[in-house]
Every structure is written in structure tokens, then in C-alpha cells.
Design a protein around this ligand. Structure first.
Ligand code: DGL
Length: 282
């Protein structure tokens, strides 16, 4: 791939995928980036499974057709725990998913009380149950579905104020005690949550390790695409697309610019989760 910059497409339901884009960009500053947030359908956490499969497949295949990426990162647990087999059957491009970091949490936990903090979709997935069964059988795992937390992260990134108390209410059930033991590792199983890390640390009832999958995703990108090339021209400005009409505000553009994205477009996709997987070419 000497001389040719790879294009990496990062996808999420909203702004959460930025927390995954950041370490990828650090690892491959020479790549071109396209970020897609399906804000017309945010939040994904509540969507019925088949609707989510249809929607995510439709948006990603349309965006892949338009931008011809070398690699796709589905930076969304709620989607990845469900749609990867369908996506991989349709696209001949490498696809990296983002799934709950239960294995590292179980390995790092000393108290063996681990919490998975996620959307209600991710909490109820068979995929998540399988990870717990396969990698955390020696732990007591508490699944906490934080219905409003991703929305709070969206609001904060858009420059709105969210009370600490509202965030504490969402994360408080993640802190569990059993006799002398207490939770020492919390899996951040939604890419929006690291955007609120300073608040989490401020309001947490006690210090814990917050397990973020993003650095592992960046390592996987390097495994698949190789190390950064020094002989390529510097990366172009990144493109960011939202599916919601008039989704861009000045505050949001400013926030995205700090992640190296500075062309703001509308993805021009139909609204709503019931987009058929076929039927709209771009
Ligand atoms: N960022 C998404 C995830 O990682 C979830 C947000 C949503 O509910 O759409 O699961």
C-alpha cells in the first residue's frame, strides 16, 4: 500500500464513535477518515433487533459504496453485537466490530466483581451473554443498562449542560458490593460513555478501572492495515456525516474538529429504522 493512503470509515449511531476514532487516528495519522453517525435513528439501544440489522446494513453499505473505504470500524456495541455477520456477508471489505471488553475486565479484576455498563440492547444480547460465559466464568458480572446515558453524552458534546446527578443516577447501579468485595472494573460497553469520563471519575462512589475497548480496536486496525506509512502525503481533512437533516450545529462542528474532522455533510439517507436493506443506491 506504499504511497496510497487507506480510507477508514468509522460508524456509530451518533457521536460515540469519536472515542474509537481518536486512538485509531493516533495509530494511523496518515489515513483518510470518514465518520458516519446515524443520528436520525439515535438511540439504537431501544430498537428491535431486526430493524437495527436492516438499518445499520443499509446505512453502512450505502456509505461504503460512496466512499470506497479500505476498512470499516463499527464503533458501536449495540450494532456490533448484532449486525456483523450480515454486514460481512454483504461487503468484501474488512470490518472491525466493537464488542464489550469483558475478557480484559475479568482478567484485570481482583475482586471478581465486574460490571458491564451498556445500552439496553447490548445488555440483552446473546453475544454479551456468550462473552460472559466464555471469559468471565470466575467473576460475578452485573449487567447495567443505562437508558439515558448515551443521550447525556450526545448532549454534552453538543455543548448542553447535564447535571452530574443525572449521570450518577445512570452509573450508580454499576457499583456493587458483596460482603467484603466491591466492583473494581466497569466495562464501558457503549462508545458514548468515555465522552463522560471526567464526570464518571468525579461522581463515582469509589475508584474503579474503567475498561474502554478503543485502544484494542486501534491495535486491530494496525494489524489489518499495517503501521503508519512515512512515505505517504499527509492525511486530508476528515469527513463527518450525520443522517439527521440539519444535524450540524456550530458546537457540534467544533467538537468534531477536535477529532480532526472538518468537512461536515449530511448523509442524505431516509429517516427511520425501517430502511430496507435494498432499494436506495447512492
Ligand atoms: N454508541 C452506541 C454503543 O456503543 C450506543 C448508543 C445508542 O444507544 O445509540 O452501543
Amino acid at each position: 500500500m506504499s504511497g496510497k493512503r487507506p480510507t477508514i470509515l468509522v460508524f456509530d449511531s451518533g457521536v460515540g464513535g469519536l472515542t474509537v476514532l481518536a486512538p485509531i487516528r493516533q495509530a494511523r495519522p496518515d489515513a483518510d477518515y470518514v465518520y458516519v453517525g446515524d443520528t436520525a435513528c439515535f438511540p439504537y439501544g431501544d430498537l428491535p433487533e431486526q430493524q437495527l440489522i436492516d438499518r445499520v446494513t443499509a446505512v453502512i453499505t450505502a456509505m461504503a459504496d460512496r466512499f470506497k473505504p479500505d476498512l470499516i470500524v463499527v464503533a458501536c456495541h449495540t450494532a456490533s453485537t448484532l449486525v456483523l455477520p450480515e454486514l460481512r456477508s454483504r461487503l468484501a471489505i474488512p470490518i472491525i466490530g466493537t464488542v464489550p471488553a469483558i475478557k480484559p475486565a475479568a482478567e484485570q479484576s481482583k475482586s471478581k466483581l465486574v460490571t458491564v455498563l451498556a445500552t439496553q440492547g447490548t445488555v440483552k444480547r446473546d453475544y454479551t451473554a456468550g462473552l460472559i460465559r466464555d471469559y468471565a466464568s470466575d467473576c460475578d458480572v452485573t449487567l447495567v443498562s443505562a437508558r439515558l446515558l448515551a443521550g447525556h453524552a450526545e448532549a454534552v458534546l453538543r455543548g448542553e449542560h447535564v447535571e452530574d446527578a443525572a449521570i450518577l443516577k445512570e452509573i450508580a447501579p454499576a457499583f456493587v458490593t458483596k460482603g467484603e468485595r466491591r466492583t473494581d472494573c466497569i466495562v464501558l460497553a457503549c462508545t458514548h460513555y468515555p465522552l463522560l469520563m471526567d464526570v464518571f471519575e468525579r461522581v463515582a462512589p469509589w475508584p474503579v478501572q474503567w475498561i474502554d475497548p478503543a485502544p484494542a480496536i486501534a491495535r486491530r486496525v494496525v494489524q489489518l492495515l499495517g503501521e503508519s506509512k512515512t512515505d505517504t502525503a499527509p492525511s486530508k481533512a476528515g469527513i463527518a456525516l450525520l443522517t439527521q437533516e440539519s444535524g450540524w450545529t456550530a458546537a457540534l462542528e467544533k467538537a468534531f474538529a477536535t477529532y480532526g474532522l472538518d468537512r461536515f455533510l449530511n448523509a442524505s439517507l431516509p429517516d427511520g429504522p425501517n430502511v430496507p436493506a435494498k432499494g436506495f443506491g447512492v
